[in-house]
Structures are given as structure tokens and as C-alpha cells.
Design a protein around this ligand. Structure first.
Ligand SMILES: O=C(O)c1cc(=O)[nH]c(=O)n1[C@@H]1O[C@H](COP(=O)(O)O)[C@@H](O)[C@H]1O
Length: 246
């Protein structure tokens, strides 16, 4: 079944203020597919409270906790997320925690009555080739390393991965069935900020992404674009126009 383009957009609510996050979710709910809440908001306002508040205005939650710890600790955190129930649709963990950590997360999720989709973060979109090679001492090219991590995530039983749109094609070719979520999305009218491996929304979907994580271009758009609802509408229009030409 074809997913309408707007449902592929997950808006990143990166703010410490729960009221602002809830107001954005209430404003954008019908226009997009869901909301990503992560370290900033959950640390400031409490993960269960955040999930409950976003669900209460009808938003589905992508819980971006980027878990990265020893297997026993991650398994416990995954069980605690499962307890929050179906309001949490997706949960992230870092692939670089290793296969034992990823398998422990999957086993923990499977032991619970409800589990969200588990997504492995590959290489952060804020890292470029120089940082990967120089600082992290990874000897492979970015795409090669991302595909290696994606294969490992799939083999450990994860449902999908988070990666830059530049690596989506290579992941799709290597792991046809994994869900691919891409941040690092920048419409041509938005600034890059701290992101390094970016792509416009329509190009990322064309490359094979299932979901687009979009934060600042929607939550803090350039004045010429208008408010968050106008920014979301503009991105949806761009996606629909591109969709029609496929
Ligand atoms: O896991 C993520 O969501 C994530 C992974 C990654 O590699 N890069 C990345 O930017 N993100 C998240 O995606 C969002 C991007 O926000 P904007 O740069 O404002 O669009 C932020 O909430 C990041 O935490």
C-alpha cells in the first residue's frame, strides 16, 4: 500500500519546553506522520510525561533515546520503553554499541506484550568523512561503514536504521527489507546548521528513505516561509509534486 508523502515526515521536537512541543504537535498533527522526541525534551520534562503529552494530542511518538550502553542496561531501558505502550512507535539505539547490545535489545523488546520498532543509528549525519577517519579512526568510507552497521543491525533483528540520505541507496541495495529513517533533511530554502550530510526531502524519498526526520526547517523556519504549519505545508507540497512526476 502506498503511504501518502506527508505521513513519511517525522517532525523533530527539539526543545526543552514540553508546552512548546505539545503546541507544535497539536498544530502539525494532521499534516505529518509523527513526532520525534529525544534527549533534550526527555531530559527536561521526563520521558513518560513527554510520551503521554504528545499522545494526548493525537501524535505518534518516535522516541529517539539513542541507547548506547552494556547489553543488560540497554535491555532494561528497552523494557521500560515498552511499558509506555503503543504511543511509542519507534525507538533508537546506537549500532556502535555492538551486536550483543543490539541482540539484548531485541530480546528484551520481544519479551514484552507491546514493542515499538527498534531502529539502529548508523553514522550520525553531523559527522563527515574527515571526522569518521581522523577522530573515530574508522578506516572504511562512510557509505561502506554505514552499510556494514545496517547489515549488523538487520542480522541482530532490528527493524530498521537511521542514516544520512546519502547512504540510503547503498543500504537499500544491501538490506532491501529494513526500514530506513533519514535525518539531515534540508529543503533548498533552509540552512544546513550543524548537519553535514544533507539532502532535500524529495530527493531523500527518491533515494529510498521510508521516513524523513525534519526538525529546524519546520519548527524554526526562515521568516520568508512563515510559521511551522506553513513550512510543513511547503515541504508536503514539494513531496507531492515530486511524487506525481515519479
Ligand atoms: O537519530 C536521529 O534522529 C538523528 C541521527 C542522526 O544521524 N542525525 C540527526 O540529526 N538525528 C536527529 O534528527 C534531528 C534533526 O534535526 P534538524 O537538523 O533540526 O532537522 C535531530 O533531532 C537529531 O537528533
Amino acid at each position: 500500500m502506498q503511504v501518502p508523502p506527508h505521513e513519511r515526515i517525522l517532525v523533530a521536537l527539539d526543545t526543552p519546553e514540553l508546552d512548546r512541543a505539545v503546541a507544535l504537535a497539536a498544530q502539525l498533527r494532521g499534516q505529518v506522520g509523527g513526532f520525534k522526541v529525544g534527549l533534550e525534551l526527555c531530559t527536561a520534562a521526563g520521558t513518560p510525561q513527554v510520551v503521554q503529552a504528545i499522545a494526548a494530542v493525537g501524535g505518534s511518538v518516535f522516541l529517539d533515546l539513542k541507547l548506547h550502553d552494556i547489553p543488560n542496561t540497554v535491555a532494561g531501558a528497552v523494557r521500560a520503553v515498552c511499558v509506555l505502550g503503543p504511543a511509542v512507535r519507534m525507538l533508537t539505539l546506537h549500532c556502535t554499541g555492538g551486536s550483543a547490545m543490539l541482540r539484548a535489545a531485541v530480546a528484551a523488546a520481544q519479551s514484552m506484550p507491546y514493542r515499538p520498532l527498534l531502529l539502529g543509528v548508523t553514522v550520525l549525519t553531523s559527522l563527515d568523512a574527515a571526522a569518521l577517519a581522523g577522530e573515530l579512526q574508522v578506516r572504511q568510507e562512510v557509505a561502506e561503514y554505514v552499510v556494514h552497521l545496517a547489515r549488523m543491525a538487520r542480522d541482530c533483528g532490528l527493524d530498521g536504521v537511521v542514516a544520512s540520505p546519502h547512504e540510503v541507496g547503498a543500504i537499500r541495495a544491501a538490506c532491501p527489507d529494513v526500514r530506513i529513517v533519514t535525518p539531515g533533511i534540508r529543503p533548498l530554502w533552509a540552512g544546513e546548521g550543524d548537519q553535514r550530510r544533507v539532502m532535500p526531502p524529495a530527493a531523500a524519498l527518491r533515494a529510498g528513505a521510508d521516513y524523513l526526520v525534519i526538525g529546524r526547517p519546520i519548527t524554526n523556519p526562515p521568516a520568508a516561509i512563515g510559521d511551522p504549519a506553513a513550512a510543513a505545508a511547503r515541504i508536503v507540497a514539494e513531496l507531492e509534486q515530486d511524487h506525481r512526476t515519479l
